[in-house]
Design a protein around this ligand. Structure first.
Ligand code: NDP
Ligand code: F7E
Length: 326
C-alpha cells in the first residue's frame, strides 16, 4: 500500500468471514471484544498470547501479519496498570506501548489492513481539563504526572492513526475508553486498577472476617467506570459506523467518587467492617469524566449500569478467585 492508494470505506456491517485480529485477546478488553465478535457471527477471529507472539518483536509481528493478512484489527494489547504501576514503571509504560503500537500499526499498514481500531485511554487529556472532557481538549494542558509516560505513548498512537489516514488513506480510527472493569481483569493488589483492587480487597476481608480494610488516597477523586462488555459493543459499533480522524471518547457519561464505589462494592460482597484511607498513596487526577456526545451522535450509548456491572464482576471474581490474573 503506498500513499495515494485509498480504500473506500462505506459505513455498515463488516464482513463476518474476513480475518479479524484481536491483539490482546485474553485481556480485559480483548476478551470482551472476542466474545462480542463471536456472538455477532464473525467466523475468522484470530488471537495470539504474548508468549506466542511478543508484539515488541518487530520481525515476528511482520511475519504474523503477512501470514494471517487480517482485514480488521482491534489493538487492545498494551502494557496496562493502575496508578501505582504507572508511577513505578514509567519506562515500561512508555517503551512497551510505543513498541507494540508502532510494530502493529506498521505491519497492518504494510499488508493494507482495512479497518484498525486503536485503543487509547482517558488519561491522554490534561489533568485539569474542563469536565466532562471533550475530544478537542487533547494537548491543551499538562498531563497528570502519575501516568504521563503511558499517556504520551497513547497520544503518539492517536497521531499514528491520523498519519496513516493522511499518508495512506486507510480508514483507521481511535477510541479513548474511560476506566474499565469486568471479567479477565488484572486483580493484582499492587498493579491493578481501583475497581478490581477493591473487589478483591473487600471480598477477601468479608471471607476472612477482617474488621478493617485500607484503600489508597483520600477517596475523593471521581472516576467514570464502564463494563468491558459495553466497551466491546462500542468498539464494534465504531468500526461499523465511524470514520473520522479525531479520537472518540467511550464512556457512560456519569462518574462517582472512589469512596462511593468502595461503599457499593463492600455492600455487594457483604463486608461490614471499617474502611480506612491511606493518604500516603496518590489520588491521581481529581476527576475524569468523558464527554460522550460524539459517541452518542454515532448512535451508541452505554447499556450496563454500574450497579449491574459490579454485581456481574463480583460474581465472576468469586467464581474465578483461584485463577484470576494477579
Ligand atoms: N483497563 C482499563 O481501565 C483501560 C484500558 N484501556 C486500554 O484498553 C486496552 C486493553 O486494556 P486491558 O484489556 O485493560 O489490558 P489487559 O492488561 O487486561 O490486557 C492487555 C493484553 O495485552 C497483551 N499484551 C501486553 N503486552 C504484550 C506484548 N508485548 N505482546 C503481545 N501481547 C501483549 C496481554 O497479552 P497476554 O495476556 O497474552 O500477556 C494482554 O492480554 C489497552 O490499550 C489499554 O490501554 C484504556 C482505558 C482504560
Ligand atoms: C484507566 C487509567 O487508570 C490509571 O489512572 P487512575 O484512574 O488514577 O487509576 P486507578 O484505577 O489505579 O486509581 C483510581 C483512584 O482509585 C484510588 N484507589 C483506592 N484504592 C485503590 C487501590 O487499591 N488500587 C488502585 N489502583 N487505586 C486505588 C487511587 O488512589 C485513585 O485515586 C492510569 O494510571 C491509567 O492506567 C489509566 O488510563
Amino acid at each position: 500500500m503506498t500513499a495515494g492508494d485509498r480504500l473506500r470505506y462505506t459505513p455498515g456491517q463488516l464482513d463476518r468471514n474476513a480475518p479479524f485480529y484481536v491483539a490482546g485477546h485474553q485481556g480485559l478488553v480483548g476478551s470482551a471484544i472476542w466474545r462480542k465478535l463471536e456472538a455477532s457471527g464473525f467466523r475468522s477471529v484470530v488471537g495470539r498470547t504474548s508468549r506466542e507472539l511478543d508484539l515488541k518483536d518487530r520481525g515476528r509481528v511482520f511475519d504474523f501479519f503477512h501470514e494471517v493478512r487480517p482485514r480488521y484489527v482491534v489493538l487492545a494489547a498494551a502494557k496496562v496498570g493502575g496508578i501505582l504501576a504507572n508511577t513505578t514503571y514509567p519506562v515500561d509504560f512508555l517503551s512497551d506501548n510505543m513498541q507494540i503500537q508502532v510494530n502493529v500499526m506498521d505491519a497492518a499498514r504494510k499488508v493494507g489492513v482495512e479497518r484498525l481500531l486503536f485503543l487509547g485511554s482517558s488519561c491522554i487529556y490534561p489533568k485539569f481539563a474542563e469536565q466532562p472532557i471533550r475530544e478537542d481538549s487533547l494537548l491543551t494542558g499538562h498531563l497528570e504526572p502519575t501516568n504521563d509516560a503511558y499517556a504520551i505513548a497513547k497520544i503518539a498512537g492517536i497521531l499514528h492513526v491520523q498519519a496513516v489516514r493522511r499518508q495512506y488513506g486507510l480508514p483507521w480510527i481511535s477510541a479513548m475508553p474511560t476506566n474499565l472493569y469486568g471479567p479477565n481483569d488484572n486483580f493484582s493488589p499492587q498493579g491493578s486498577h481501583v475497581l478490581p483492587a477493591l473487589i478483591r480487597r473487600y471480598d477477601d476481608a468479608a471471607r476472612a472476617g477482617k474488621s478493617t480494610v485500607s484503600n489508597w488516597g483520600t477517596g475523593r477523586p471521581r472516576r467514570e467506570f464502564m463494563h468491558s462488555d459495553d466497551m466491546a459493543d462500542a468498539c464494534l459499533h465504531l468500526l461499523e459506523h465511524y470514520d473520522g480522524a479525531a479520537q472518540v471518547n467511550v464512556g457512560t457519561g456519569s462518574d462517582i467518587t472512589i469512596r462511593e464505589v468502595a461503599h457499593a462494592i463492600s455492600a455487594i460482597v457483604g463486608y461490614d467492617g471499617r474502611t480506612e484511607w491511606d493518604v500516603t498513596k496518590p489520588d491521581g487526577t481529581p476527576q475524569k469524566l468523558l464527554d460522550v456526545s460524539k459517541l452518542a451522535e454515532t448512535g451508541w450509548t452505554s447499556g450496563i449500569s454500574l450497579e449491574e456491572g459490579l454485581e456481574r464482576t463480583v460474581a465472576w471474581y468469586r467464581h474465578h478467585v483461584t485463577t484470576v490474573r494477579t
